[in-house]
Write a protein that binds this ligand. Structure first.
Ligand SMILES: [Zn+2]
Length: 360
């Protein structure tokens, strides 16, 4: 009886993680599709997910923004949600997939002690969002092999990486669920004639590639120019080339297989860091952790870490400012095929008013 009393709420809490929270499409959204529209093989699986279209009447370039490749990187997910809820297009098209690895949102990483949810205060009350896992849920894809062989390069990685969407590109239709999702995203980009792909991420503060734009060679000029503008605005960013011999990553394989410029963006997420103290839903928002501050005093982190932390608003502000700059540079260099994104906050605006001011 006692065990049943414990098991029932636990089961309810476990299963509740499978229900996606509401995203409220703003006026800018003209259409909502599904990833399975581009590859039937994921229909009815937890790999299927929404694809949001923000289209201007005036034709122009198409940019894809992915959030939730890694569902334990909240600024990437929330930046995508912000675009869906408030952005408008004056020219061209923005395609946004907020939960790229939808299955990864339905569980947590074992032994990490991460929160199941975090809440963002808005003028009309709190919005609750899932904090998920880096990888596809083992309920949806199991068992992991000893060694993950990336298709088609045959690069070897540890078995768990078989469930990492950002090691699965370009994907394949008869592979694992993660490979099928990667394949569906690649197919969507091909069928929608995407001109430029942006994959949003966060990383722990001891990871060397952080506050960075990682660019495929086809995107290096574009990303370099964007980094220059971001630095002129006081936002420190570095430009990193997409490694040639590290396969399966979005920017590498989108560039190689679709021949389009592709960029990955990284911000700093305290909740992923090894030095972190107690991990609470609040930490997701505040990014303020005395243990990280201590680590910074011993030069153990790769980014500056102030005592007041690195809050979600700063990270979402950076992502959105980065997307804005990339779109501006693209348009300046492609006057016949521009994209103009409006009604997204400037970085300072986001810092002043917080993420909740830019959600419905
Ligand atoms: Zn990531």
């Amino acid at each position: 009886m006692v065990s049943l009393a414990l098991a029932l709420p636990a089961a309810r809490s476990f299963l509740a993680m499978r229900e996606p929270e509401n995203i409220v499409p703003g006026e800018g959204v003209t259409r909502i599709g599904s990833l399975s529209d581009y590859f039937e093989g994921i229909k009815g699986t937890r790999g299927d997910t929404e694809v949001y279209f923000l289209e201007a009447e005036r034709p122009g370039a198409t940019i894809l923004v992915l959030g939730g490749t890694h569902p334990n990187e909240p600024a990437a997910f929330i930046s995508a949600v912000c675009l869906i809820e408030i952005a408008r297009l004056a020219q061209g098209r923005l395609i946004v997939i907020p939960r790229a690895n939808n299955s990864g949102f339905t569980h947590d990483d074992p032994q990490e002690g991460t929160p199941q949810y975090f809440t963002i205060p808005t003028a009309r009350g709190e919005r609750r969002f899932r904090y998920g896992s880096r990888c596809t849920n083992p309920v949806d894809q199991w068992p992991d092999p000893e060694v993950y062989l990336h298709y088609p390069s045959r690069q070897q990685l540890s078995g768990m990486e078989t469930r990492n969407l950002n090691r699965a590109y370009p994907g394949r239709p008869n592979g694992t669920l993660t490979e099928k999702v990667a394949y569906a995203i690649t197919e969507m980009m091909r069928q929608e004639a995407v001109n430029l792909g942006i994959d949003l991420h966060e990383a722990s503060l001891e990871y060397p590639v952080i506050n960075a734009l990682v660019a495929h060679p086809l995107a290096s000029d574009l990303a370099g120019e964007a980094v220059l503008y971001l630095q002129m605005e006081g936002l420190d960013y570095s430009l990193e080339p997409s490694p040639d011999n590290f396969r399966g990553l979005s920017h590498r394989e989108w560039g190689d297989h679709l021949h389009i410029p592709a960029i990955l963006m990284e911000t700093a997420n305290v909740v992923q860091g090894r030095y972190r103290g107690r991990t609470t839903p609040d930490l997701v928002l505040t990014g303020k952790d005395p243990f990280h501050y201590e680590a910074a005093q011993h030069s153990l982190l790769e980014v500056p870490y102030p005592e007041e932390g690195i809050p979600l608003r700063e990270r979402v502000g950076r992502h959105i400012q980065g997307i804005r700059k990339i779109a501006e540079v693209w348009s300046a260099n492609n006057p016949d095929n521009m994209i103009i994104i409006e009604n997204v906050p400037e970085y300072d605006d986001m810092m002043d008013r917080g993420v909740g001011a830019f959600l419905h």
